[in-house]
Design a protein around this ligand. Sequence first.
Ligand code: BG6
Length: 479
Amino acid sequence: MKKFCDGFLWGGATAANQYEGAWNLDGKGPSVSDMCTNGTHTNPKRVTTVLEENTRYPSHEATDFYHRYKEDIALFAEMGFKVFRMSIAWSRIYPTGMEETPNEEGLRFYDKVFDECKKYQIEPLVTISHYEMPYALIEKYNGWESRECIGHYVRYCKTIFDRYQDKVKYWLTFNEINAGTLPLGSVLSLGTIRGYSGPVTEVWDRPNERFQALHHQLLASAQAVKYAHENYPKFRMGDMNLFCTMYPLTCNPDDVIATQKEMQMMNWFCSDIQIRGIYPYYADRYFEEKGIRIIMEENDKEILREGTVDFYTCSYYMSNCVSTDPKHAKVSGNLLGGIANPYLKSSDWGWQIDPQGLRYALNEIYSRYGIPIMVVENGLGAVDELEEDGSIHDLYRINYLRKHILQMKEAVQDGVDLIGYTPWGCIDLVSASTGEMAKRYGMIYVEKYDDGTGNLNRRKKDSFYWYQKVISSNGEILD
Ligand code: BG6
């Protein structure tokens, strides 16, 4: 039976806007995520168009990787990480996104981070834009709605590729790019918030502008990939998708067709373009029915064709069901709700836990594309109790991760070319959907709380020691 390959990239994943803090230090400009307030499960976070007094903006300090990167990377090394997924904050490099020259202090920060990783032979896996862009680009252009953003993004990419060419090999152009196919994804992933200030769950949707913005991101990604391939052949360029396995709620053919359609437009649309280099056949009918008309320039098709990625990556947290019958109860999820599956349990935040859905997804992805795959996010958001002696007994998280790793192993035995796994929020950080600290994913606890208090001290959870064994046995010891 096949095992995880030699050199399998075990590690963990983070994102600058949820982890780094130092939102306005050393020349960094504000990003869209710096305008997001805190929230809770029932009281969603808001996006504000100006910073409000007496309002908490959790990204501003987050869990302070900026000042604690040495300590954190040493802890990742102690767990045995081979890879560390992190993102670069675009507005740390180009504060407004529009400068001609980059902010040297920002560039220097990531030099230090990558050097620290190298000290422990940890390979960085860098997301170029993870749910943030300079806020000035939103004020001026309403984010990706404007084609102008392409040039600004590509300049940023060239700067970081040239600068870190000897330090970083693995790059992902946009986090969960397919979030742009969903109304709720437009604020975070596309930055399209013009005239808007309110809960992220009540976005006024304009599908035409949304898909136009997504088209611009896809072009930007392709141009960045092309530049990387032409100049740095050793780079490995990846896409990154929010993958949510979907099942028809019943075997009624209406439900089966509805599921297929949702899978196409949500799970496959972006990766079909980023891997095959062309808009998929099913998009035409969808656009026609929704009245969507994307403006394409003459050589857009060529750009997409020339900028295809080398490997596929996704986040995987949950599955849901699809039904054409409106009476069924909805569950929540990362940007995407769905219909409850009677065979599955949910997390405290209502996300349906489905390890086998990951095996199913990996097989589907591999049979479609046949290129290497990394699962770059997966994990359980839960409330952790810090005991008096400083321990944290997070058996629920261990169980969640164990079951998902077992299903990844099944997928490897099925023949899938899986090359890495970076569970989300390997260290506690701010929740993307709610802005909370209480929703923790880490194997390392951070003493930071929703009222803004906490000394930011790091503590090892039980899952820290468990994951250490998983990595040192290359996924063979999972008890
Ligand atoms: C993914 C995002 O969708 O889910 C991360 O890429 C996010 O940024 C993660 O943090 C978990 O979601 P949440 O809302 O629980 O933080």
